[in-house]
Design a protein around this ligand. Structure first.
Ligand code: SF4
Length: 369
């Protein structure tokens, strides 16, 4: 397809940035993280928005800042409280990293965030995108943060045919935007790109007729369907995991729960014992094996309660839930809890579903308070 514009393939017209920034000033949605430029607020918002949609992120953002209004208050909170407040937002490593980074900041600088991309990137959980976003939005640094929305928009503007997840392609797009930005402040441009990507330049159905910068978009002016960019490799199927879960009750009708290791998937959250069902193993056999491996208990009589299904972003899971009686030894990271106490602990979404199943079933219920 020929380039019908008179500009070099990767360069963007000089009117692009002021037009988009003007549009953003008029159209920006009143989101809670846009009310001030407090670096801590911007940091929390950027971390949340990494893997959570804007509409879902808003209540979590407000709840998090209500609970931890400053870096110092976050650093002083126990991790368990931070995970509980984060519960439901998913990707718990983000909350753990925020907490660790807050403690580092308090120890090093009284809780002040660094101003440069290089220093920000050294904080736990702050990657290439977040460091640029915080530096540009909070400190006016000349940095271009590009996440999925920004990459899509930039790929369409420049008619980029490469895979935007590749570092070389990412760098090319960043360079093109940087040149278009010139000496202007990066923050408003960066936010305007994100807003365009979230509200107009949608992945499958871009609203080009309503786009304020369609004049600058090569995908729009040169292709029949701008939505073909960015090119996407065929999606991989999410693996499916089958696992067994055992809900143990003691004589006081309390449930036995244990805390996952603080690193890794769902780190630091509380759950019932259990684990993956091996090949050629029944769900009951897996439940008994896991129970023995994790608690040392043997020969527990188990009753099936039901099956819970849950989809995480990278895999789906079906949990075969069993109930039984038994009392493993007390150890750190293990607790006996009532239903009310469990509700106050940070737990994975799938465990919430197990609790709902138990409350509907006639077996396995714990006392309420
Ligand atoms: S013209 Fe269409 S494809 Fe191009 S930036 Fe605007 S909405 Fe996106």
């Amino acid at each position: 397809m020929p380039n019908r514009s008179n500009r070099p393939a990767s360069s963007l017209p000089p009117t692009l940035v002021p037009t988009l920034v003007d549009w953003f000033a008029r159209q920006r949605r009143p989101l809670p993280w846009r009310t001030d430029r407090d670096p801590y607020h911007i940091w929390v918002a950027e971390v949340l928005l990494q893997q959570t949609r804007v509409a879902q992120a808003a209540p979590y953002y407000e709840r998090f800042l209500r609970e931890f209004p400053t870096v110092v208050s976050l650093a002083e909170a126990p991790l368990e409280r931070v995970l509980k407040v984060w519960q439901g937002a998913g990707y718990y490593a983000r909350a753990r990293h925020l907490h660790t980074a807050a403690r580092e900041l308090v120890a090093k600088s009284g809780g002040r965030l660094p101003r440069t991309v290089g220093e920000l990137e050294k904080l736990p959980g702050v990657g290439r995108y977040s460091a640029r976003a915080i530096a540009a939005l909070a400190f006016g640094a000349r940095a271009i943060p590009l996440e999925a929305n920004g990459l899509r928009v930039a790929a369409r503007w420049t008619r980029e045919e490469g895979d935007v997840r590749r570092r070389s392609v990412h760098a090319r797009l960043e360079q093109a935007l940087s040149e278009a930005l010139g000496k202007r402040p990066a923050g408003p441009f960066a936010e305007a790109i994100m807003e365009l990507g979230e509200t107009v330049c949608l992945p499958a159905d871009p609203r080009c007729k309503a786009c304020p910068v369609s004049f600058a978009c090569r995908a729009y002016t040169e292709l029949d369907d701008p939505a073909v960019l960015p090119r996407r490799p065929a999606p991989r199927r999410r693996p499916h995991v089958r696992a067994s879960v055992v809900v143990l009750r003691n004589r006081q009708n309390r449930w036995f729960v244990q805390r996952r290791p603080t690193t890794g998937l769902l780190g630091g959250l509380w759950e019932f014992p259990g684990g993956k069902i091996a090949k050629r193993e029944s769900a009951r056999e897996a439940a008994l094996r896991e129970l023995k491996e994790e608690t040392g208990l043997r020969s527990v009589r188990l009753s099936p309660v039901g099956v819970v299904r849950h989809a995480y972003s990278h895999f789906t899971v079906e949990l075969h839930v069993f109930a039984g009686r038994g009392e493993p030894r007390r150890r750190p990271g293990r607790r006996w809890v009532t239903a009310g106490e469990l509700a106050r602990l940070p737990i994975p979404k799938a465990t919430e579903k197990v609790v709902r199943l138990l409350s509907d079933a006639s077996v396995g219920r714990a006392s309420r308070d």
